[in-house]
Design a protein around this ligand. Structure first.
Ligand SMILES: *Cc1c(COP(=O)(O)O)cnc(C)c1O
Length: 401
C-alpha cells in the first residue's frame, strides 16, 4: 500500500493544554468578561513590546477604529494608508467618516512606499496609518520624519507584526513600543498568537490610553470592574459616544499563555523563513520577500512572487491538487466592490481627478501587481521540515508546468 501523504494546511495556531487550563480557570473564577485576566494580559503585553500602556480590545479592527478616533479623525478628514492590505485597514478609516488616501507599495517589502507619502498629504490629512504587512516592519524612520514635518500622528497597523523587530538607534526593538504614536495588534488565529479573536493597542501617551479605555467600554466613566469592588455606591456617566469593543477574561487567559509561547514561535518562524529562502532560491524567476537590513520579520505570512509566465490561480490549484494549501497575495481594497463608489477612497490626486476605471488605478500599480503575482505559502509553528520540503518541491513543479 502506498504511504498516505498528509495535506499541508496553510496556517494553524499553536495551542495546547496550558491554554485549555487557563481558559478553564477564567471560566471557573466567575468573572468572565473584561476583568483581572484582561488587566494582567495588558501588563504582560506592554512589557513584552516595551510600551508604557497596552489596552486590550475585541479585535484589531476595533483597535484601529479607537486609535483613529483618539487622534481626532473626523468626518471629512483624510488618512494616508495603503490599499494593499486586509480590508479592515481601510474600513476603519471609513468608520470615522474619513477618506482613505491610498499610497502605492514597494515591490520588495510589500509595504508603503514612503517616497510617495508627501505627495498624498493635503490640508485635510489627519493621520498616517502605516501597515507592517505580513509581519515585515515598514520604514518607520522615514514615515515618522514625514509625520513630524507635517504634525501628523502615525498609527501602526501591526496586526501581523507581534514579535517583529526594527533596528532603532543601533538596537533591535519590538514593533509596538510603539515607535509611532499608537500600534494596533490582532490575535485572530491567522496571526502569530491568538485569543480566538482579539486585539491590543499600545501607546506611551497616557491621554491616548485613557481614550481607548473609555471608548472600548461604552465610554462608561466608571467601569463595572471598579464598581464591583467598591464599598460605596457609584453612579457612572457617559461623556462621549462609546462602543462595546471589550476583550473577555476568557480570551485574555488564553492570550497570556500564548504570549509565553511567543519567543519560541517567532524563533521557529524565522528559522522556517530562512529555510524557505534557501530552498526557493533555485526556482528560476521566483522573487522572495526581502528583509531590509533594519528589519526582522516574524514571517506571519511568507509571500513569494511568481515568475512572469506563471498564472497565479493555476499554480495555486496545482498545489492544492497535490495537498498544499496556499493563498493569493494580499488584497487591494480599492479593487473591491465595497470601494466602487468614487468618494469612498482617493489615490492622492483629489477625489475627482483620478481618471482610472473602477477597480484599478495607475498610481497603485505595484499594489495591484503584488496582489496578482504573489502567493502565500504554508507557514506555522508546527510546520515540519519535510512538509516544507514538499511545499518547495510542489511549487517548483508548478512553476515548471
Ligand atoms: C488581520 C488584519 C487586520 C484585522 O484584524 P482583526 O483582528 O481580524 O480585526 C487589520 N489589519 C491587517 C493588516 C490585518 O492583517
Amino acid at each position: 500500500m502506498s504511504e498516505k501523504i498528509q495535506n499541508v494546511p496553510f496556517a494553524k495556531p499553536w495551542i495546547g493544554e496550558a491554554e485549555a487550563e487557563a481558559v478553564g480557570r477564567a471560566i471557573m473564577s466567575g468573572w468572565v468578561t473584561q476583568g483581572p485576566e484582561v488587566a494582567a494580559f495588558e501588563q504582560e503585553f506592554a512589557a513584552c513590546v516595551g510600551a508604557k500602556y497596552a489596552c486590550a480590545v475585541s479585535n484589531c479592527t476595533t483597535a484601529l477604529h479607537l486609535a483613529l478616533l483618539a487622534v481626532g479623525v473626523h468626518p471629512g478628514d483624510e488618512v494616508i494608508t495603503v490599499s494593499h492590505s486586509f480590508i479592515a485597514t481601510a474600513n476603519c478609516i471609513r468608520y470615522c467618516g474619513a477618506t482613505p488616501v491610498f499610497v502605492d507599495i514597494e515591490p520588495q517589502t510589500y509595504n508603503i512606499n514612503p517616497m510617495l507619502i508627501e505627495d498624498a498629504i493635503s490640508d485635510r490629512t489627519r493621520a498616517i496609518l502605516a501597515v507592517h504587512q505580513m509581519g515585515m516592519p515598514c520604514d518607520l524612520k522615514t514615515i515618522l520624519e514625514i509625520g513630524r514635518k507635517y504634525s501628523l500622528p502615525v498609527i501602526e497597523d501591526a496586526a501581523c507584526a507581534i514579535g517583529s523587530e526594527i533596528l532603532w538607534n543601533g538596537q533591535w526593538e519590538k514593533i509596538g513600543k510603539p515607535h509611532g504614536d499608537i500600534a494596533c495588534f490582532s490575535f485572530h488565529p491567522r496571526k502569530v498568537i491568538t485569543t480566538g479573536d482579539g486585539g491590543m493597542i499600545t501607546t506611551n501617551n497616557p491621554e491616548l490610553n485613557q481614550q481607548f479605555r473609555l471608548r472600548r467600554q461604552h465610554a462608561m466613566s466608571v467601569p463595572d470592574s471598579v464598581r464591583h469592588g467598591s464599598k460605596q455606591v457609584i453612579f457612572e456617566s457617559y461623556p462621549v459616544l462609546g462602543y462595546n469593543y471589550r476583550m473577555t477574561d476568557i480570551q485574555a487567559a488564553l492570550g497570556r499563555e500564548q504570549l509565553k509561547r511567543l519567543p519560541e514561535i517567532v524563533e521557529r518562524r524565522r528559522y522556517l523563513g530562512d529555510r524557505y529562502h534557501k530552498k526557493l532560491a533555485d526556482i528560476p524567476g521566483l522573487k522572495l520577500a526581502q528583509e531590509p537590513t533594519w528589519a526582522r520579520s516574524n514571517w506571519q505570512s511568507y509571500c513569494v512572487r511568481l515568475p512572469n509566465k506563471c498564472d497565479q490561480r493555476q499554480v495555486m490549484q496545482f498545489m492544492l491538487d497535490r495537498g498544499v494549501a496556499t493563498r493569493r497575495g494580499v488584497m487591494c481594497a480599492h479593487r473591491e466592490e465595497a470601494y466602487a463608489a468614487k468618494e469612498s477612497w482617493s489615490c492622492g490626486v483629489g477625489l475627482d481627478e483620478c481618471q482610472c476605471g473602477p477597480g484599478t488605478c495607475q498610481r497603485l500599480k505595484e499594489s495591484e501587481l503584488a496582489q496578482d503575482q504573489c502567493i502565500i505559502l504554508p507557514m506555522y509553528h508546527q510546520l515540519h521540515e519535510s512538509e516544507q520540503d514538499r511545499v518547495v518541491a510542489v511549487l517548483s513543479e508548478a512553476c515548471r508546468e
